[in-house]
Design a protein. Structure first.
Length: 125
């Protein structure tokens, strides 16, 4: 399973190993590993504390790297929640609701929100 996440025509392919046999309708694929990059930071900045704080936000770090003034984190990303960081090689992403899997034109939340005319600049839920 190393090397996830996989993209096909800019859409994410999520998969996981089954621990026990189960019906296909019971399988919930809600998260996938992603790399996120932060920085640049000054040399005296304690990057290990930063990596820990960001990792807690995601529920844990799979892997981390400190390369010069930048930090890279491999985190388990919940694909149903709005994004809070910039990600590398991100698949189809909606700038209306902030979720993956569709674009702004196909967004059911954004199109409903747009009709309410609340004067907001986004509809992040």
């Amino acid at each position: 399973m190393e090397g996830q996440s996989w993209l096909l025509w800019n859409n994410i392919i999520i998969f996981d190993r089954l621990i026990k046999p189960m019906d296909r309708s019971q399988i919930k694929l809600l998260s996938t590993p992603f790399w996120t990059k932060t920085g640049p930071y000054s040399p005296e900045f304690d990057k290990k504390d930063l990596l820990h704080a960001i990792g807690v936000t995601f529920g844990g770090i799979i892997r981390s790297e400190i390369i010069g003034e930048f930090c890279r984190l491999r985190v388990k990303l919940d694909v149903q929640k709005p994004l809070a960081f910039k990600y590398e090689k991100l698949p189809a992403f909606c700038f209306g609701c902030g979720k993956m899997g569709h674009g702004l034109q196909e967004c059911k939340f954004y199109n409903l929100w747009k009709k309410t005319k609340l004067g907001m600049t986004h509809c992040f839920l």
